[in-house]
Design a binder for this molecule. Structure first.
Ligand code: GDP
Ligand code: MG
Length: 171
């Protein structure tokens, strides 16, 4: 039997945006309120995507790495989830520089990514509008998902991971 394809995904974004919560939500369909923010973990996960079994290796970065560590993670990954928190404008402003560094590290390949705006349940303290997120995604030519790791009603979290796998497999 043919070995199922393996896809390496890394999750990037400022500390506190909910990277770990999103990964845990995707893997377990549960939300964990407190997760060690300094922890970096990798997970293996198999999923059926468009009738094909895909094995994902998911790297949940801590978001506090120095530049050498960041570049190492970028070289490792095939596809990237860039996360910001809609209640933290600074986290949104950090996305474009991460993307620039990615392009540099992966040059001349163009880099499969998706943009995820997390914490959509906190709309009352929102600092970044949906339109701004959509605009940034279209500048980066990638898919955009606004979702919530803690109240993932529409399944947007796993849709983002699956879409990224498709994007990687298309290359
Ligand atoms: P990380 O540093 O990016 O891995 O962020 P964490 O996953 O550790 O989450 C940081 C904080 O945000 C924790 O207190 C989480 O409970 C909280 N959090 C994460 N995702 C959400 C979300 O979708 N909604 C809300 N309200 N809080 C969230
Ligand atoms: Mg974390």
């Amino acid at each position: 039997m043919a070995k199922s394809p393996e896809v390496k995904l890394a999750v990037f974004g400022r500390a506190g945006v909910g990277k770990s919560a999103l990964v845990v939500r995707f893997l377990t369909r549960r939300f964990i309120w407190e997760y060690d923010p300094t922890l970096e973990s990798t997970y293996r996960h198999q999923a059926n995507i468009d009738d094909e079994m895909v094995t994902m290796e998911i790297l949940d970065t801590a978001g506090q790495e120095d530049i050498q560590q960041k570049e190492g993670h970028m070289r490792w990954g095939d596809g990237f989830i860039l996360v910001y928190d809609i209640t933290d404008r600074g986290s949104f402003e950090e996305v474009a520089p991460i993307r620039t560094l990615l392009e540099e590290v992966k040059k001349p390949k163009n880099v499969p990514l998706v943009l995820v705006a997390n914490k959509s349940d906190l709309d009352h303290i929102r600092q970044v509008s949906t339109e701004e997120g959509e605009r940034l995604a279209s500048e980066m030519a990638c898919a955009f998902y606004e979702c919530s790791a803690c109240a993932d009603v529409s399944g947007g979290v796993s849709e983002a991971f699956h879409e990224l796998c498709r994007e990687v497999r298309r290359r």
